[in-house]
Design a protein around this ligand. Structure first.
Ligand code: UD1
Length: 417
């Protein structure tokens, strides 16, 4: 298993580009299933999760051609409607084929994802929504088995805000008979990007980006091209790296308008931030100030940025309180950060972090995607060598993270197993 070796203590300087958003690319790849005509995508990040999605689509009979960051998909000859456990267990977002398959083919068999490191993460809302649209759904041998002649538009109120749940139902509704209203919809920018791709394919969608999405079903979707939005979590992770390690860095090909909560918190740490339409510059000349934060659905503070800000708090001046409201069990990075000398007390879903003057490098273990990012941020400031193990988690969601950080002057390298 590959590891990352980080020698902390370097300030970061320079310019790096932000990659396409993983959480937008995954649903948009699945949207290809909704049409017999080709979907042409650009700015698709080169990540393990994208590989997994393409492997899953290929098992269903979708042909794809990938060149650099472009992917062309052709779902004209789909031969299977089954998403097997082997793939779904490695990537929960595989559930995103459920809505498109039922909508276009009237049937789907998708493995239940099961538990994962950051909590239970059930998919009951996806199922409840499809049932409300007339699908009959049973759970057989660990699979969600769904069938429907043609889905029918209806009004769905989800019990909680769910990102992939909203995406699955919005995709299903594009081909349903009549109007579907999704209330309590997720407002994440990735939902908006998926809606833009679907509209380019001929879908009729209003309200994406608000908590009420209205979809007027059409008979068929057609081919389209779409450019995937920039990854706000990757961008935020690099900004946290600078907030912790100090320096002056410019991110290009970014989308600061989707990052208000993250940028506000960075300013609270004392970082000076300037933005254009598609770039962000951060300048950090002093030790960060500790901040309090509470994760919430968009436009609140993203749970996917929580671990990285915890790492910043670890070396900040003062005490910061972090409350995680989206996922239970999402503080596993705290134990690893303690191995680097951090002072963190956890009580339920709240972490109290007292900033220390310095961390000291150690061997640590990545437990999930964003936890790993938090460990890398901490490693960049820790004195001596930090060895981050199990970085396959990082490779799921960050494109060439160590190469980008090294371009900013960080001393970081991949140690091949
Ligand atoms: C997506 C993101 C993930 C991010 C998360 C929250 C993708 C591919 N992944 O995950 O990076 O951390 O949003 O912003 O976009 N829930 C249920 N029943 C359901 C669905 C969700 O109880 O049917 C609960 C979950 O357990 C969780 C909360 O709702 O507590 C939010 O989860 P959700 O928004 O669905 O997360 P994902 O879409 O899986």
């Amino acid at each position: 298993m590959d590891r990352l070796r980080v020698q902390g203590g370097q300030r970061l300087a320079g310019e790096i580009p932000v990659s396409g958003a993983k959480n937008a690319a995954l649903p948009i790849l699945c949207a290809a299933l909704l049409s017999t005509q080709p979907l042409d995508l650009d700015n698709v990040p080169r990540l393990h999760d994208v590989d997994t999605a393409l492997r899953l689509l290929s098992q269903l009979g979708v042909r794809s051609h990938r060149e650099g960051h472009r992917v062309q998909l052709d779902a004209s000859a789909v031969s299977s409607v089954e998403a097997p456990y082997d793939l779904v267990k490695t990537m929960r977002a595989s559930i995103l084929v459920l809505g498109p398959l039922v909508a276009r083919f009237g049937e789907a068999r998708v493995s239940l994802p099961g538990g994962c490191a950051i909590g239970q993460r059930p998919v009951d809302q996806h199922i409840k929504g499809l049932q409300a649209m007339g699908a009959s759904i049973t759970i057989e041998h660990g699979y969600v088995v769904a069938s429907a002649k043609r889905l029918k538009g209806t009004r769905i109120v989800t019990d909680m805000v769910t990102v992939t749940g909203t995406e699955n139902l919005m995709m299903a509704a594009t081909l349903a008979d009549g109007e579907t209203v999704i209330e309590n919809a997720a407002r994440e920018p990735e939902v908006v990007d998926l809606a833009a791709a679907l509209v380019a394919m001929g879908a009729r969608i209003e309200g994406a980006g608000t908590d009420r999405i209205v979809v007027h079903g059409v008979q068929a979707l057609h081919g389209a091209s779409h450019r995937v939005m920039p990854d706000r979590i990757e961008a935020g992770t690099f900004l946290c790296a600078v907030a912790a390690a100090g320096g002056r860095v410019t991110l290009t090909r970014a989308q600061p308008s989707s990052m208000d909560a993250t940028l506000d918190k960075l300013r609270e740490t004392g970082a000076v931030i300037e933005c254009g339409t598609d770039w962000i510059r951060i300048d950090v000349q002093q030790r960060a100030r500790a901040i309090n934060l509470r994760t919430a659905p968009y436009p609140g503070f993203a749970t996917d940025m929580q671990a990285q800000f915890m790492a910043v708090n670890c070396v900040a001046h003062g005490t910061g309180i972090i409350t995680e409201t989206i996922f239970e069990n999402r503080f596993m990075h705290a134990l690893e950060l303690q191995r680097l000398g951090a002072d963190i007390a956890i009580e339920g879903n709240t972490a109290v972090i007292r900033g220390v003057a310095g961390l000291s490098g150690a061997a640590v273990m990545a437990t999930d995607l964003r936890a790993s990012a938090g460990l890398v941020v901490a490693g960049l400031v820790a004195e001596g060598e930090t060895l981050v193990d199990r970085i396959y988690h990082l490779d799921r969601g960050y494109e060439q993270m160590e190469i980008k950080l090294a371009a900013l002057g960080a001393r970081i390298e991949r140690v091949r197993a």
